[in-house]
Design a protein around this ligand. Structure first.
Ligand SMILES: *Cc1c(COP(=O)(O)O)cnc(C)c1O
Length: 500
């Protein structure tokens, strides 16, 4: 297969403003006559500044735009830690049912009983799957769920009169972990990894003390390996009076196999948009429900979904009665209804007895890739991995090709590159996460492509890597400049402030 067949984007696209022309129009209505305007002074006299366009141009523009990006619907997307799995169309259809899609957060609870029941049922699945007694459904993303967990932990320490200031975070943690801890006002204390990619239990224990509020661990961690000492770490943490926050973004690897509650976890966010599928990326949409242990449950954010007197579901909006100790609201209104519906549909389509297949197939697929590429790429750690496999850049030694060049060449070949340069604990990391929704044929195609690219990198043609991707709409963007100096406003050419 060629890159373009697999899904490499095929052209660039002008802005609608550049496509429009004065007088071009899709509808042909006569100017109204004889009707006096009732707008008075509010009538707009200046130009709105929107382009004149016909319908066909608009439809083609957006259709072409949709083809410029590489999505999971285009081709394989093994972006480690992000769990870009197929989003079943049945779930999309359910999320679009008017009773879910059009639900309004200010509707009285008796008119949204079905939506509340979906939220409550999803909450029940999460409690059962994690073995933890409570869950806050409202966080809008994984990072927001981390904030929810740390705010509950802070509230619990405050309630027992303790001012604990430090959070222990391993080097390999997702960047959101230390960022959340700092945002929440804690000091971040780094913990080392040992050479097999696991947190060093001894240095974790040594770092514990009366000022430590919590540890934040990911399991399986971002090196793709299971923290086999997790129970000992949880026990030591609890003995020191601290809580155990687990980053559950990687729940895909253990869903239905291990219950985090049994591992001693006190709080964990679950990225519904990753583990339970929802089209995501570019910042949304998502949901990061946070499960809480019995010790943290009283501090869960408002509102709480509770049974009413007549058996109906109600929303407890105030920090009184059963919710008296709640740390308050985490956001306006409630969570992402569409993501709840998709997540519940995902659970129900597997069923309680076979949801563990998700983890089994995700881990099998990752190990299939790892084994097939072990002699081509350079695995960062010995032994099998969990749902993602980590490679370092030693396979490129002496070729003059960098991890970035290699990733760009994969775009040219029609694949989304794996996560690169993360985690930071190995040199030039490539973190590959195939997920359970890929077929063996897709994995074999990827393996063959990677092998051919490595052969090319080692051969005399390695020069071509510096220019890759030749066939994508953008070649090498200055990503730092794009992030720091985004140009988000179009100004007509020739006017003051125009950029092109
Ligand atoms: C994705 C991810 C997060 C953050 O989740 P968002 O929904 O993007 O905020 C945190 N930790 C890990 C390990 C992740 O993979």
């Amino acid at each position: 297969m060629s890159g373009t067949q697999r899904g490499a984007p095929d052209r660039t696209e002008p802005l609608l403003f550049e496509l429009g022309a004065p007088g071009r129009c899709g509808v042909d209505l006569p100017e109204p006559t004889g009707a006096a305007t009732r707008l008075g002074a509010a009538e707009r006299t200046a130009k709105v500044g929107l382009p004149d366009l016909d319908e066909a141009t608009v439809v083609r523009h957006y259709t072409r735009l949709s083809r410029l990006n590489h999505g999971i619907d285009t081709a394989f997307y093994p972006l480690g830690s992000c769990t870009m799995k197929h989003n079943p169309r049945l779930h999309e259809k359910l999320a679009r049912l008017p009773g879910f899609a059009d639900v309004h957060p200010l509707q009285p609870a008796d008119t949204v009983q079905g939506a509340l029941a979906v939220i409550d049922e999803m909450a029940r699945w999460l409690r059962i799957l994690t073995g933890l007694p409570a869950v806050a459904m409202w966080p809008a993303a994984g990072a927001h769920g981390e904030l929810c967990g740390l705010m509950a932990i802070r509230a619990a320490h405050e309630a027992s009169g303790e001012a604990r200031t430090r959070i222990l975070v391993p080097d390999s943690a997702h960047g959101t972990n230390p960022a959340t801890a700092a945002f929440c006002g804690f000091q971040v204390h780094k913990v080392q990894e040992n050479p097999d990619g696991r947190v060093d239990t001894a240095s974790l224990k040594a770092a514990l003390g009366p000022d430590v509020a919590a540890i934040m661990l990911t399991n399986p961690n971002t090196c793709g390996v299971f923290e086999s000492d997790i129970r000992a770490m949880a026990d030591a943490t609890h003995a020191a009076g601290a809580y155990f926050y687990c980053d559950g973004a990687n729940f895909n690897a253990m869903i239905g196999k291990v219950r985090p509650g049994d591992l001693g976890v006190d709080a964990m966010h679950i990225n519904l948009h990753k583990t339970f599928s929802t089209p995501h990326g570019g910042g949304g949409p998502g949901a990061g429900p946070t499960v809480l242990s019995a010790a943290l449950a009283p501090f869960a954010p408002l509102p709480w979904v509770l049974p009413g007197d007549g058996g109906e579901l109600r929303l407890q909006e105030q920090a009184v009665g059963p919710a008296a100790a709640s740390f308050g609201r985490l956001r306006a209104f409630h969570g992402q209804m569409g993501t709840f519906v998709r997540a519940l549909a995902y659970c129900l389509s597997y069923g309680r007895d076979s949801i563990r297949k998700v983890a089994e197939d995700a881990v099998l697929n990752a190990n299939y890739l790892r084994a097939a590429l072990a002699d081509t790429l350079s695995p960062a750690y010995p032994g099998p991995c969990m749902h993602e496999c980590l490679f370092d850049d030693s396979f490129l030694d002496g070729t003059g090709v960098s991890t970035l060049d290699f990733a760009k060449a994969l775009i040219e070949a029609g694949f989304h590159p794996p996560t690169v340069y993360f985690p930071l604990v190995v040199s030039g990391a490539l973190l590959v996460e195939p997920t359970e929704t890929e077929s063996r044929a897709t994995l074999d195609d990827f393996i063959e492509t990677v092998r051919a690219l490595v052969a090319r990198a080692r051969g005399p043609e390695a020069d071509g890597f510096a220019d890759a991707p030749a066939n994508a709409p953008r070649q090498r963007t200055d990503e730092t400049r794009a992030a720091r100096n985004p140009v988000l406003r179009w100004t007509p050419p020739g006017t003051c402030g125009s950029t092109s």
